[in-house]
Write a protein of this length. Structure first.
Length: 171
């Protein structure tokens, strides 16, 4: 698998590939979609000096909302962790490392929300981004918006690496 490189930080996956279409495994279940809604396996290396924790975000800039769509945000991943298993984004959070937390996404749930672009809307880009953070913990109020979480993640990011996967809903 070819990693996507940003500086020294690399992000790879056994389940998704940069510039390639995702399978229905990563499609949402609901909103007219019937996928498995399973978050992909993600692995990283090359954390820059000063990294104290990580965050993962999944964002669709092509969603017809005027502000994109947040599919998944995981904060407070300990600096010693370098992988999330497939399915780590389940509502139980049992596959997440201790201390990590999922933020409510734009589906209104605190878990991975897979791809589900509107029918006939064409191909959407899904940006799976790993953020190396200069803080050990991001503090957010209960029910924080995805925009607030994104702001706090970006304000504390040292370096990022992204896999941009694609998805088009079957007609």
């Amino acid at each position: 698998m070819a990693p996507v490189i940003a500086g020294s930080l690399t992000l790879t996956s056994n389940d998704i590939k940069h510039g390639k279409h995702m399978s229905t495994t990563q499609e949402f279940q609901g909103f007219g979609c019937s996928g498995e809604n399973l978050s992909p396996q993600l692995e990283w290396s090359g954390a820059p000096t000063g990294t104290k924790s990580f965050a993962i975000t999944v964002y669709d800039p092509d969603a017809p909302t005027g502000s994109g769509w947040w599919h998944w945000q995981v904060i407070n991943i300990p600096k010693g962790v370098n992988e999330l298993a497939a399915g780590a984004g389940s509502s139980s959070g049992l596959k997440l490392p201790a201390g990590a937390a999922q933020v409510q996404n734009d589906y209104g749930i605190e878990e991975f929300g897979g791809a589900c672009p509107p029918q006939g809307h064409g191909v959407h880009r899904y940006q799976f981004t790993l953020h190396a953070l200069k803080v050990a913990k991001i503090e957010l109020p209960k029910g924080a918006s995805s925009a607030l979480a994104g702001y706090m993640i970006n304000a504390n990011a040292i370096e990022t690496a992204t896999i941009e996967a694609l998805y088009q809903r079957g007609e």
